[in-house]
Design a protein around this ligand. Structure first.
Ligand code: 13P
Length: 247
């Protein structure tokens, strides 16, 4: 899977043009999933632009109620209505800037699943945590709390995004990423058995067309969640092609 998280970028025309470029230039790629995650207000426009193609739509966040007096929030039902099949949950930018807690993330995951949306759960350590050598401890707690009370993880995707690698141009080395991906898969195996083998674990953080090739060689790296490089059609398509070659 290659997912493009556009974050708070693009204008409507750009969003439509980018989506169409990706549709046209990935038509021959049949293996694997390509997911676009535009800002909320462009979901309908992008949904329209990718209609009839193999590309899937994702939101960047959601609230954990169906409807009601929650000014400014978007419900999972609305996301489905807009054509989403996926929703990113617990992105580190939401944890950092919008006080997203593990408890909220758990509620959102449960709600997404019961609404029929596939969550892309983001986890990852800060630089300080990595330097203290507590990466696995931090990621382990994030996953444990996020999945609390969830029995079936077959529709969940996990994205390992080390915070220090996001938007910094300093990606984790394939070996550094693989170590955490392996840890995540084995942690999932302990609780959910062999579903762990089917779990998609994406790497995110300064992924480019130049570094994706060596990342995707790793046994437990099943794809990428791409920020900056997903905003340029050419580089995103380049990443998709490199992932498709390896799988
Ligand atoms: P960058 O690819 O810009 O580092 O962003 C990664 C990310 O946060 C994807 O969700």
């Amino acid at each position: 899977m290659v997912a493009g998280n556009w974050k708070m970028n693009t204008a409507q025309d750009e969003a439509k043009a980018l989506a169409k470029y990706i549709v046209v230039n990935t038509q021959d790629i049949k293996n694997g999933e390509v997911v676009l995650s535009p800002p909320f207000v462009y979901l309908f426009a992008v949904s329209d632009a990718i209609k009839g193609s193999h590309i899937k739509l994702s939101a960047q966040n959601m609230y954990f109620e169906d409807k009601g007096a929650y000014t400014g929030e978007i419900s999972p039902i609305m996301l489905k209505d807009a054509g989403c099949q996926y929703v990113i949950i617990g992105h580190s930018e939401r944890r950092k800037y919008f006080n997203e807690t593990d408890e909220n993330i758990n509620l959102k995951l449960k709600k997404a699943l019961s609404t029929g949306l596939k969550p892309i759960l983001c986890v990852g350590e800060t630089l300080e945590e990595r330097e203290k050598d507590i990466t696995e401890f931090v990621v382990g707690i994030q996953i444990k709390k996020a999945l609390y009370g969830i029995q079936d993880i077959s529709n969940i995707v996990i994205a390992y995004e080390p915070v220090w690698a996001i938007g910094t141009g300093k990606n984790a080395t394939p070996e550094e990423a693989e170590e955490v991906h392996f840890f995540i898969r084995e942690m999932i195996r302990k609780k959910y058995g062999n579903t762990a083998d089917k779990l998609l674990i994406l790497y995110g953080g300064s992924v480019t067309v130049d570094n994706i090739g060596s990342l995707i060689e790793m046994k437990d790296i099943d794809g990428a969640l791409v920020g900056g490089a997903s905003l340029k059609g050419e580089s995103f398509v380049g990443i998709i092609k490199k992932v498709a070659e390896k799988r």
